[in-house]
Each structure stands twice: as structure tokens, then as C-alpha cells.
Design a protein around this ligand. Structure first.
Ligand code: HEC
Ligand code: HEC
Length: 296
């Protein structure tokens, strides 16, 4: 034991001498008290470290174990049934308390976040937008629709809305004959929000389907072919549709545009992406008004 303490003291002196040898220039007592404090701290750290190390080395050498062994033994190595050290237990519980604090009070739930600020400002802007345009005149609505269309829709549907050679629907009319025939043959279930039941396939075929498709895509002019009776139960005699049962297939009313923009639409032409949440209610009505104006 004694020789170990002597060894420790020699180690401390050696470490301090080493420190002085490397950094001694900076220490001149009284001139710069920050440097003096640093030196003092260095001495303290060296001293405490050496004495703590000595204490444990000594304990390993001399301590004999007491207490009750646990029943399990791993290749002859046993474990004592010690109670949890109080400090360790307190630290464990403290960590849990800190975790709860961190989760519910501290970062990040209650702090500033850029995304939160963005969301707040967006909502504010949208509320302002809706109240500003709540009594919009039909002329302004159409003009707003045109500018939304040119930015959001023209890349696929073309600036003149004719569908860029069949790459997207021609929006200057409600629907093409080919689209009607496709829907009759295959049925449809694109507008899941407004028409969760969808439309069954095979409601008509052959010459009947042809006649119906010409009549529907032609804008419901003249007398309806007899076979259209298969459609009127859901789409109405005049094709203007019924809420929850069948959409308007005669013109672009606000609700069919809202459905297309909410759920998107897939067909052999391609895929119309969903604009859900990207346009406000007023903008959706505006685009519908603009599209109706193209057909007139
Ligand atoms: C990424 C390309 C793309 C963009 C952008 C796009 N569309 Fe489409 N849209 C399509 C395609 C492809 C179809 C064909 C699907 C179908 O009707 O069979 C289509 C179909 C439609 C239809 C026809 C739906 C029907 O039932 O007849 C409407 C209406 C429509 N789009 C409106 C819009 C509006 C309004 C915008 C802008 C807010 C827009 N689209 C933006 C590709 C696009
Ligand atoms: C049982 C009710 C029902 C009957 C009968 C019915 N439809 Fe439909 N139809 C629907 C529903 C619902 C939709 C919307 C489908 C969707 O969600 O994509 C639809 C969609 C359509 C569309 C596509 C509209 C669009 O913009 O994508 C066309 C065209 C159409 N029907 C034509 C017809 C014709 C023609 C007939 C008669 C042969 C007919 N439907 C019979 C319920 C019906």
C-alpha cells in the first residue's frame, strides 16, 4: 500500500513537471489569472485522478467479497445479490423524468419550428384569400380560373386546353366518345370520395354503346337513344348527374371538377394527378368556371 502511494505521488509530480515543461511559458503567477486557474485545475485533475485510481487498484487487490451469491453460475463465475446503488437508482429515475419533460415540455414539441411557422402563415394566407374572394364576381372567377389553369394544368392539357394531341383530356368539351366507350366497357372507380360505389362495367355494348357514346360526347343534343335508359338511373335524363349516385357527364359543373382534382383519374389516356389540398375551394370553382367558359 505504502509503495503504491509513493508511486502515485511520483506519478503526480511527473505529470505536473511534464505539463510545466510543455506549457510552462504561459504560466507566470499573478500576470494572467485565467492561466493560473487553468494550471490549478490541471493540478487538481491530475491529483484526483491518481488518487481515485489508487483507491480502486487497492480495493481490487485487498477487498474480499461479502454477501449472498445469486443461484446462477456461469462457468464458475457467480454474481452477488447486491441492492441497486442508490445513486444509480436515482439517476435512472431522473433520466425517465427528464425524458418525459423533454418529450412533452422541452424540444421539439413546444419550440419554434420553421415548418410550424410555414403552416401557420399558409393557413393565415388561405383564410385571407378565401375572405377576400368570398363575393367574387363571375368575370373575376373566370379570370382567376384561367391563371390557375395556365400555371397548374396547361403543362399537360395545353394552353388551349385541347389536351396536346391526346396526351390528356380535351377540356374544351365535357368528354370524348372514346372515353365514354371506355367507361361503359370497363366501368370506373376513380372518384372514390364523391362516388364510393363507382360505376359498374358493361352497362351497354355494341351498337347501343356506340349510340350512347355519340349522344353523351355530343353534349346531349337531339333525342336520347333508347339505350340511354341504362344510364339515366344514375346520371339523370339530362346527364347532369345526382349527388353520390353518378357524376354530371354533360358539363363541367363545380362538383365533377372538385372530384377530378381531389381523387385524380386514371384511364388509357394517362393519369390525371390528384391536386388534393393544392388548390383552395375558390380556386377549384374558378377553374370549373374557366373550363365551362371554353365550351360555350
Ligand atoms: C400531369 C399531367 C396533368 C396535369 C398537370 C393536369 N392534368 Fe388533368 N388530366 C390529365 C390526364 C392524362 C387526363 C386523362 C384522364 C382521363 O380523363 O381519362 C386528365 C383528365 C382531366 C379531366 C377530365 C376528367 C373527366 O372526367 O373527363 C379534367 C376535368 C382535368 N384533367 C382537369 C385538370 C385541371 C383543372 C388541371 C389543373 C388544375 C389538370 N387537369 C392538370 C393530366 C393532367
Ligand atoms: C349504377 C349507377 C351508374 C350507371 C347505371 C351508369 N353510371 Fe356512369 N358513372 C357512375 C359513377 C358512380 C361514375 C363515377 C365513376 C368514378 O368514380 O370514376 C360514373 C362515371 C361515368 C363516366 C365518366 C365520367 C368522368 O368524368 O370520368 C361516364 C362517361 C359515364 N359514367 C357514362 C355512363 C353511361 C354512358 C352509362 C350508361 C351506359 C352509365 N354511365 C351508367 C354511375 C353509373
Amino acid at each position: 500500500m505504502k509503495s503504491m502511494v509513493i508511486g502515485g505521488i511520483i506519478l503526480i509530480v511527473a505529470l505536473m513537471a511534464g505539463t510545466y515543461f510543455v506549457a510552462g511559458d504561459s504560466f507566470s503567477l499573478g500576470e494572467d489569472y485565467i492561466n493560473d486557474l487553468t494550471m490549478l485545475a490541471g493540478v487538481a485533475i491530475i491529483g484526483i485522478t491518481v488518487f481515485v485510481a489508487l483507491k480502486y487498484i487497492n480495493q481490487i487487490k485487498n477487498d474480499t467479497a461479502t454477501g449472498e451469491l445469486a443461484e446462477e453460475s456461469w462457468d464458475g463465475i457467480g454474481e452477488y445479490q447486491n441492492a441497486i446503488p442508490t445513486g444509480w437508482g436515482l439517476a435512472f429515475i431522473g433520466t425517465i423524468v427528464w425524458m418525459l419533460w423533454y418529450f412533452f415540455v422541452g424540444y421539439p414539441t413546444n419550440q419554434f419550428s420553421q415548418i410550424g411557422q410555414w403552416n401557420e402563415e399558409t393557413l393565415e394566407h388561405q383564410a385571407k384569400f378565401e375572405s377576400k374572394w368570398s363575393n367574387i364576381s363571375s368575370g373575376d372567377l373566370q379570370a382567376m380560373g384561367e391563371s390557375v389553369f395556365l400555371v397548374q394544368c396547361a403543362p399537360c392539357h395545353g394552353v388551349d386546353a385541347e389536351g396536346i394531341d391526346g396526351k390528356a383530356q380535351d377540356l374544351t368539351r365535357r368528354i370524348s366518345k372514346a372515353s365514354v366507350l371506355e367507361t361503359i366497357e370497363k366501368g370506373a372507380n376513380n372518384f372514390k370520395t364523391a362516388y364510393p360505389g363507382g360505376m359498374p362495367a358493361g352497362m351497354a355494348s355494341g351498337a347501343d354503346a356506340e349510340a350512347i357514346a355519340s349522344y353523351v360526347s355530343g353534349g346531349f343534343k337531339g333525342t336520347a337513344p333508347a339505350a340511354y335508359a341504362a344510364c339515366s338511373a344514375c346520371h339523370g335524363e339530362n346527364g347532369e348527374g345526382m349527388a353520390y349516385v353518378g357524376p354530371n357527364i354533360k358539363s363541367y359543373d363545380d362538383s365533377i371538377i372538385a372530384s377530378v382534382l381531389k381523387d385524380g383519374k386514371k384511364s388509357s389516356i394517362g393519369e390525371m394527378p390528384s391536386f388534393d389540398g393544392r388548390l383552395s375551394d375558390t380556386q377549384v370553382k374558378a377553374v370549373a368556371a374557366y373550363l365551362r367558359s371554353l365550351g360555350e
